[in-house]
Design a protein around this ligand. Structure first.
Ligand SMILES: [Ca+2]
Length: 181
């Protein structure tokens, strides 16, 4: 039996939709990127951070990880997970690290800046990550807070590499545009 393949446009749209539905706007993630990269580039503009987040969200691996993360959070909210997983996810049990593992895995393709930035954001939850982590406004976001950290970390890394390329006046075709690799 051959199943019809899901079109990548549908996956891209779904990843954007679930983030919004769960209260995460692209600008929320871009603000974190700005905070991470601003100290290294005084000319950094918010639009560049937004663009970088949008590019990261075009990556298929990211989209899949986002969909898995949000689905698990939603199932936990609906009490549809089996025990003991239901309680582990619902209570965001301290030693339950699968949420971080999935998010960290999604950052590996963006190099060491992404990995170290993810570690920083995991410890110092800022902006929307803190809001999700402290469950302000209700809902379970055990997986989503880490995914947002991963998206922000990847967008930060991508931006750092691009800005260096631009600083060095590399011609466009030589710029290491990570999403094209
Ligand atoms: Ca978490």
């Amino acid at each position: 039996m051959t199943q019809e393949r899901v079109h990548s446009h549908d996956v891209t749209q779904a990843a954007h939709d679930v983030l919004l539905e769960r209260g995460v706007k692209i600008s929320d993630i871009a603000e974190i990127v700005f905070e991470m990269q601003g100290p290294y580039n005084e000319k950094l503009k918010m639009e560049e951070c937004i663009e970088s987040v949008e590019k990261v969200l075009l990556k298929r691996e990211m989209q899949h990880a986002i969909l898995v993360a949000v689905e698990l959070d939603r199932l936990a909210e609906q009490k549809k997970l089996s025990e003991p997983l239901q309680t582990l996810v619902e209570t965001d049990e301290g030693l339950f690290g699968v949420d971080e593992t999935i998010a960290l895995g999604a950052s590996l393709g963006y190099g060491s800046i992404a990995v170290t930035t993810f570690g920083h954001l995991d410890k110092n939850k800022i902006g929307i990550i803190e809001k999700l982590d402290t469950k302000r406004g209700g809902g379970i976001h055990t997986f989503l807070d880490d995914m947002v950290a991963s998206i922000a970390a990847n967008a930060s890394s991508r931006l750092a590499h691009r800005l260096r390329d631009i600083e060095e006046n590399l011609p466009k075709n030589e710029r290491r545009i990570i999403e094209d690799e």
